[in-house]
Write a protein that binds this ligand. Structure first.
Ligand SMILES: O=P(O)(O)OC[C@H]1O[C@](O)(COP(=O)(O)O)[C@@H](O)[C@@H]1O
Ligand SMILES: [Mn+2]
Length: 651
């Protein structure tokens, strides 16, 4: 045995000080390896739609209802099943509604029957996990009672009497409602074991902050950053241009309240500046509102002015970055200098277009990219607001801790946008500091920059350089998060001709239909094309127009079905969840969601349909997963320790 091996085994021996303890742990780990693999749920492009996300999250993408149907097929009617399902999703409010009209005796009967049913379901959904894992997911207040109810092994008659005793005490002690809540929570946690969020929690919808609050409480999750997350990460890291983008989109979708109320960032400086600078409100800057809003016309007009003010600041700041980074190859995005300020026209691609709005009070035609002192002051103040928002900093720190540009997990490759490709299918390069980066190396380089932007000290050269790359990730041609040649934001606001609005997608989006391309990408990330899949978000799947989320013969799955309300007219549905359990891969399609209130009162669940993509011939076990490999390594080490004990090498 080498010196370092002995040292390692001695360290291990401090945790397992006797051969008997070592053997117990080996047996325990080997048992875990043979349990069925936990269920992974993949969700993407939540875009601030907290209520719809909550419903899918609470109903386990339809899995809870399916389990109930299997378990109580002969016992409960469809209506009773739906009520029980709604109770599991929203235990407290649903209980209040159910119990409202009950007498004391009826209440107690209902508690007893409901608890028995919930215990039966808990037992069913926990059977594939170890006791220790189930215990960790329980509310500590009820661990003892739930374990007693779950693991009673006496014969049937004694068991029922024992249950009866426990339940009577629980009801008499007025704890039944709390126990129902604890069991419902446990069931939901058991059903969604591991969660993958494939990016774009932020923008468009009203409550990304609530989604993140919820995610922080989930027991096991990872996150692949989306382009919209990246601008918020950049904004929280202190990038002025990312802040401008974030606020422009928030104004556009009437979500400035989220910034002010949830993150506590004052927008007063921007409001005052906008009011004193922009008189007219061009219709292009009117909020693109899908949600019902209680705002008055004058409030809406003010938001439109703020929208325009921050858009102009954004274009100026972007111009400065483009000019200092010729390697970004974005000079065609320099548009403020192509405006004829006298005629109110712009010339792009040899075409001259009339601008729909010619009011540019802050632009000096000789230096169109220079901020006025007032604009500079506004952005400085906003910057302070973003970097001092404790809640935003906490949320973004969570995205950094759990997130990455891509993830290899159980043989699959997960990322939000694309692998930038050339027309011929080869990997497209971006040159950074004279070195070309492609494929996985490009992702790794961006991952490094993204982290550097947040972690390096304020004002350091490293931070400043990294922040420009964070912005590039949002909008650059060779960004794996964006995947289009250019973002035509300016044109969408100022030019009527739709031809100028078109954004050309990277060839990846055509080539990903082809199995060979997908195999090449999987190999690039050191994954097997035979077993692995690519899980992709970012582009809404236009189900209504006949597009399928299943590409390359089932090797690539696009799961952006459009949780975003603003995009539901395009997708015709309300999102997909991909589920990967011991039996294989299943795609669940969700129909648009009405409201949480409707879901609780009228028990309207998001109707979801399931499509099996691949079925495993043999039920997959923990040993077939990444965690399984890790556990196998631990078993091997423990076996070496046991041998060392037996040979007297360790005492
Ligand atoms: O619908 P809007 O608000 O005009 O947003 C369109 C912009 O959003 C983008 O599609 C990026 O957002 P996604 O990641 O959701 O696609 C840009 O390419 C485009 O310019
Ligand atoms: Mn996206």
């Amino acid at each position: 045995m080498s010196n370092s091996q002995t040292k390692y085994l001695q360290l291990l021996a401090s945790h397992y000080p006797t051969p008997a303890q070592t053997i117990t742990e080996i047996i325990n780990l080997e048992a875990i390896l043979n349990l069925p693999k936990g269920t992974e749920h993949f969700l993407s492009d939540l875009h601030g739609e907290y209520d719809a996300f909550e419903q899918v999250f609470r109903n386990g993408s339809g899995v809870i209802k399916r389990k109930l149907s299997v378990l109580f097929a002969n016992e409960l009617s469809e209506t009773e099943l739906t009520t029980l399902a709604t109770l599991i999703y929203y235990p407290r409010p649903k209980m209040r509604i159910i119990l409202r009209t009950f007498s004391a005796t009826e209440k107690n009967d209902w508690y007893r029957i409901t608890l028995l049913r919930l215990i039966k379901l808990t037992s069913f959904v926990s059977s594939k996990y170890t006791r220790s894992k189930v215990r960790k997911l329980m509310s500590p207040d009820f661990t003892y009672i739930i374990e007693e109810l779950l693991y009673q092994n006496n014969d049937q008659i004694e068991k029922e009497a024992y249950y009866h005793e426990i339940l009577t005490s629980v009801i008499e002690l007025n704890s039944a409602a709390d126990l129902i809540h604890a069991l419902a929570t446990l069931i939901r946690r058991l059903v969604v074991d591991h969660l993958h969020i494939v990016g774009d929690v932020f923008d468009r919808g009203p409550a990304p902050d609530k989604i993140i609050n919820r995610l922080t409480k989930h027991q096991s999750l990872d996150f692949q950053w989306g382009n919209h997350d990246m601008i918020w990460m950049g904004a929280a890291s202190g990038s002025a241009v990312c802040i401008a983008n974030v606020l422009r989109i928030s104004a556009r979708y009437l979500n400035l309240d989220t910034v002010e109320d949830s993150y506590g960032i004052s927008l007063r400086p921007l409001a005052i500046f906008a009011d004193t600078t922009y008189e007219n409100t061009s219709t292009a800057f009117m909020p693109k509102k899908s949600q019902e809003s209680a705002k008055t016309t004058s409030e809406i007009n003010q938001i439109a002015r703020m929208h325009k003010a921050i858009a102009i600041i954004q274009f100026k700041l972007e111009g400065a970055i483009i000019q200092r980074h010729p390697e970004f190859n974005m000079t065609d995005r320099l548009l403020l200098n192509k405006i004829n300020y006298t005629n109110g026209t712009i010339t792009v691609n040899n075409h001259t277009y009339t601008l729909t709005d010619t009011d540019f009070p802050t632009i000096d035609p000789a230096n169109p990219y220079t901020l006025t002192p007032e604009e500079n002051d506004v952005i400085e103040r906003l910057l302070l607001g973003f970097i001092n928002s404790a809640k935003l900093q906490e949320h973004v720190a969570f995205l950094y801790a759990k997130g990455s540009m891509y993830l290899r997990y159980n043989g699959n490759l997960i990322y939000h946008g694309c692998i930038p490709l050339n027309e011929d299918g080869s990997f497209k390069a971006l040159t950074i500091a004279n070195k070309p980066y492609t494929g996985r190396a490009l992702f790794d380089k961006f991952d490094q920059y993204a982290r550097q932007a947040f972690s390096q000290p304020e004002g350091s050269k490293e931070k400043e350089a990294a922040l420009d790359y964070v912005w590039y990730l949002w909008t650059g041609e060779t960004s794996p998060l964006f995947g289009k040649t250019a973002m035509t934001t300016f044109e969408r606001y100022f030019i009527a001709e739709a031809e100028t609005h078109h954004e050309v997608k990277n060839p990846y989006y055509l080539k990903r239909n082809d199995e060979e391309t997908v195999a090449t990408i999987l190999r690039e990330f050191n994954l097997s094309p035979d077993d692995g899949h690519i899980i992709n978000g970012h582009t809404p799947v236009k189900e209504g127009a006949g597009e399928s989320p299943i590409k390359a013969n089932g090797k690539l799955l696009v799961i952006d079905g459009g949780f975003s309300k603003a995009y539901q007219s395009v997708t015709s549905i309300a999102g997909y969840t991909l589920i990967y359990n011991a039996y294989g891969l299943q795609l669940v399609k969700h129909q648009p969601f009405t409201s949480t209130e409707d879901a609780i009162m009228n028990e309207t669940d998001i109707i979801s349909t399931r499509r099996i993509i691949e079925t495993e011939t043999i039920r997959q076990c923990v040993k077939d997963t990444d965690i399984g490999q890790h556990l196998q390594q631990q078993i091997n080490d423990l076996k070496s320790l046991l041998t060392a004990y037996r040979q007297g090498l360790i005492k």
